[in-house]
Ligand binder design. Structure first.
Ligand code: ATP
Ligand code: MG
Length: 340
């Protein structure tokens, strides 16, 4: 049995390669990943296989965005010398684990998953749900357990998926009779779900309501200008509503001066604070946050062969780790194997 040389707990998380990352990813997960990478053994998965489950008609989009997402990781401060970045579809052990796990999950349970229900609705699948899409929570369980991860920094929308992963872990361990797989905890931040600039419940790559981390200064300004506030707050002197007001949700997520934000909320409720002034404050904060990320990203993009080297090396490392878990599980289940 391989001896673990590190006692650090393992993190696994990742992103579908459907488009460049946005502020929702930053708030929901990237910030935690950057903060935890030195105290944990961290793996980041470029989830291209999962992206195919609703993009099979557009594999070019999925392939192209592998480097785009990797650039976002590096630009926000992921350090490839301590974090392993790898490509999901190049890790065959994960697909094999996923196939085994499918036998421990019912279709009814998959259909009951609240995240899947929401996403099916948002994608207008009607009755034509790709089987791969319905089953992606099982593949995600394979990803998390394949790396023996115990901590998963994710946005709120992912909580039901971690729950389903842990159900699979318990079933497999019960079948085997000992703890081969580990349960994982979701690490969800204070603002666990950033709404879209249109006020929709979630900023999402697929919904056209996102501010990408690579947005230009003009794009940031335009996005803040069209941001949803309180539609009944017509004059600055009118009392306004803070709940559901996207600008305030963003201030909650990005403004470090918590006390000032609470004062602004009180003033807005009373009347006397205009949307324009509020949006100016938010725009300044976002410009300051995103300018260095954008500049680093542009510099890194000029050396895309370096990025590919990072992914090649990370995927090689991840292959060993995930194959070891698969071997252990096959042994545990007592499956047939040729012994050399
Ligand atoms: P897609 O629309 O293709 O599903 P997405 O924008 O939902 O893309 P994912 O790749 O599915 O992004 O999500 C990756 C990670 O980022 C997950 O941990 C998810 O919880 C987090 N995340 C994505 N959008 C948000 C958001 N608006 N607020 C908080 N966290 C988010
Ligand atoms: Mg998503």
């Amino acid at each position: 049995m391989a001896i673990e040389l590190t006692q650090k707990p393992t993190i696994l998380t990742g992103d579908r390669t459907t488009g460049p990352l946005h502020l929702g990813h930053y708030v929901g997960s990237l910030r935690n990943r950057v903060a935890l990478q030195h105290t944990h053994r961290q793996f980041l998965l470029l989830a291209d296989a999962q992206a195919l489950t609703d993009n099979a008609h557009n594999p070019e989009r999925v392939r192209r965005n592998i480097v785009e997402v990797a650039l976002d990781y590096l630009a926000v401060g992921i350090d490839p010398t301590v974090t392993t970045i790898c490509v999901q579809s190049c890790l065959p052990a994960l697909a094999e684990l996923s196939q085994l796990y499918l036998n421990f999950v019912t279709v009814a349970r998959l259909e009951r998953n609240p995240t899947i229900k929401d996403e099916i609705q948002a994608r207008d699948f009607g009755r034509d749900i790709p089987a791969g899409f319905l089953c992606y929570p099982v593949a995600q369980a394979a990803d998390i357990t394949g790396f023996k991860a115990t901590l998963v920094p994710v946005g709120e929308d992912q909580a039901p998926l971690i729950e389903q992963t842990n159900e699979i872990v318990r079933r497999l361990n019960r079948q085997i009779g000992r703890q081969v797989l580990l349960e994982a905890t979701a690490l969800i931040p204070r603002v666990g779900r950033l709404p879209g600039v249109d006020g929709k419940a979630k900023m999402s790559k697929s919904q056209g309501n996102a501010i990408p981390l690579s947005a230009s200064a003009e794009e940031i300004a335009a996005a803040v200008r069209r941001m949803y506030t309180d539609p009944n707050h017509l004059r600055a002197s009118d009392p306004g509503t803070v709940e559901g007001n996207v600008v305030f949700t963003y201030l909650d997520a990005f403004d470090d001066d918590r006390e000032a934000v609470e004062d602004l909320k009180a003033q807005y409720r009373r009347g006397g604070l205009g949307d324009m002034a509020l949006k100016r404050r938010l725009e300044t904060i976002l410009q300051v946050l995103l300018a260095p990320i954008r500049e680093r990203r542009q510099a890194l993009a000029r050396q895309s062969s370096d990025v590919l080297d990072i992914l090649r090396e990370g995927t090689r490392r991840a292959r060993g780790k995930t194959q070891a878990t698969l071997d252990e599980l096959r042994d545990g289940l007592g499956l047939f194997a040729f012994r050399e």
